[in-house]
Design a protein around this ligand. Sequence first.
Ligand code: ADP
Ligand code: MG
Length: 383
Amino acid sequence: MVYDKNTKNLTRINKLNLTDFRNHSYSSITTDKDFILLTGLNGSGKTNVLEAISMFTASKGLRGSSLADQSNSNGRGGWSVFMEVHSELGNLKLGTGINKHDLIKGKARQCRVDGTSYKSPKIFTNYLGLIWLTPQMDGLFIGQRSDRRKFFDKLINLLETDHSENIKNYERLIMQRNKLLTRLDVLEDNWLDNLEKQIAKLATQIFISRDLAVNKINKIMEEEVRSNLFPSAKIVMREEIGNVNLDLDMEQIEENIKNLFFESRKKDKATYKANFGVHRTDFTLLYKKNNMFAENCSTGEQKNLLISLILAEARVFQNNNDNLPILLLDEITAHMDNKRLTNLFDQISDIGSQTWLTGTSPDFFAHIRNKTDIFDISNGKLI
Ligand SMILES: Nc1ncnc2c1ncn2[C@@H]1O[C@H](COP(=O)(O)OP(=O)(O)O)[C@@H](O)[C@H]1O
Ligand SMILES: [Mg+2]
């Protein structure tokens, strides 16, 4: 692939401050490097730093924790994370956090961009894309379908920016429909008709966004990336949306989905749930070499498939010259041979995404030493 380094839209976190976040009372990192490595013993607070960065997404961070759990147990109550980001949009100051008072009241966290407050962390996705891999995700393909769906939908949201919002609204309406179905004696109702109309509209958008994004990523994974040691794969969606034909125009798709919801009213009422819809879609990867779905591959192969996937996603941005996502790779060296690791770092360097890494020892990272800032952490402090 030919690219011009000057035209690439490199997004960089240049400064990161954690205040009372997890076991960090106050930690400040300044960097101008492509790779940032956090080292230290188990439990020193490395993943906590990645988690702090991951708060600059539309939903919960990489642990999916509550705001209260993130608040330093020896602190003053509440926490904040601040960062300076350099991108094609210029230099930006991003901040998020919650004070003690709001935490007790169960309020939402505050979100700031260059001093202006916003209601929702969705604002951050205008400025920054984040992709993370953690050791917990090693079991993604054999674990719960909903975790898998959330992970893939997050990747899709990076390419289709209203996707997560549509899903949130869709799920809210599905819950309203479930409640309404339990209450109704006769399954003919204007309110229900109206709800299903709105649900069908959102379902269509979700369906189409998934289709578009998955095709973009699959196209990259199909192309042979030169000297890529990670497996060639394909995202496969297992839809539970009945016989909806995507080749129709949008109104017709909506109409078909609406009819399917209408037809499943009786069953849905009896089972207290919506038996069909985009909230039931499952995602997996097909390992092309041996025509095997990810859930049947070895643990090591599953991890490599995940890496193939995130590299492909980042390459979509690289090819479009869009603001590159930042990668957070937690303990990525575990169970990975040196040759693959070197190849992973070479590919990331080629793409140009700034990458935050954790590891117990800097030894595995010798290959990227001159592009890396290393921060040693002990007991929630940089040393
Ligand atoms: N809210 C909190 N307040 C203080 N310490 C916390 C909080 N949440 C987690 N911790 C501590 O953070 C440490 C784990 O940090 P982590 O970043 O996961 O370590 P590692 O360096 O192994 O990645 C544990 O010692 C845990 O007790
Ligand atoms: Mg860790």
